[in-house]
Design a protein around this ligand. Sequence first.
Ligand code: SF4
Length: 421
Amino acid sequence: MLVYIHVPFCRTRCNYCAFHSIPLGGGVESAASPLLRDYVDTLLLELAHWGDRLNGAAVQSVFFGGGTPSLLPPRIVGIVLERLARCFTLSSKAEITLEANPESLRGGQSVQQYLAAGVNRLSIGIQSLDESMLRLLGRPHRAQDSLHAVFTAREAGCANINMDLMWGLPGLSVRQWLQTLKDAVRMSPDHISAYGLTLEPGTPLERDCEEGRLALPPERDQNIMFIEGASFLEANGYIHYEISNFARMGFQCRHNLGYWEGADYLGLGPSATSTVAGRRWTNPASQRAWEARVREGSLGAEVENLTPRVRVLEMIMLRLRTSRGLRLSAYRKLTGRDFLRDHQRLIQALHENGLIRIRNGYLRLTRNGMLVSNSILSNLFERTDAVLKQPLPPGAPSPSPQALAARDDRAEVQSVLWPSA
Ligand code: SF4
């Protein structure tokens, strides 16, 4: 099982961000200490609750995301991990990631302390190495802080470092983006996440673009940023293993891979979502409402059963994000149907246009296909909805005995977790 811990605090609010976070201004130590104390107390209770309910399930990966998890002092991260190890079966080889903002890693001491607490992967939110872009994004750090943070993390002994970067920002040229990647590669991170900017409704950046004060780069330039950026990273030893993710051999993020491959995940903290044994629920976004829910012991009370339709759509959507692609036999196992036959005409058109490839039983998007993945997925979704309503064609293989057995296992786990359902 994967465990995600949402830390809902940030120093300030970035101009593009729609995540759930509480801006703390002066920082955790001063104004927010009661908030933080309540958060940690509740998180420990929530861990104990689920450890008990999931019978100490095996955990292969822990991800502190946010928000800005590096606002949690290392001592607190250590306490949370100790509690997790007590309530669950935490693998000694678990990947334990902490998202950090560059300005919060100024002192090498804190990195050493995070590592001593059990963190073994740092994901640093750099976003840009250009001062004007950082100001436009409303980031609370400068380019120099980023260089220093990566250097400090490495010096302190962190052997697995990710840099988060963004392309497609208003005013960003192709040349600037490629320069950012060159500078990033010079810092030798093990992993680079390069996200295209999405304008989230209601954010200041979206308003500025809507009202004409800022403009996104032309679509053609954005396409070049994605394609040339990916080629540049690949030429420098980074495997393009998911639409927005690149890693040196052996440094693919195990947490995210598990998520894309459909592993169960438990989300803790305000607004976190969980999917366990075919059921999904989301914690309240407000910290106080989440605390009340934990105190009442009514976590996971409002659950959504993942219907076969949702599971098939998610399988297609998540697997096609990865460079490995969708295993056709997995689709057959889940639905009893043949993916290529179900989508014959679309698949043929996508193939002829160089947007997909099929090899060794996997269907994957090419890099040009990744560029238009949203439109490919919406076409597939529309068709899948229609296809799933049709009876299985005569002679089609039925879902395999293993798939049926897996469904039975899920039913058994469900009845333990939600006995009254
Ligand atoms: S630091 Fe991250 S989570 Fe916090 S406001 Fe900025 S983008 Fe959002």
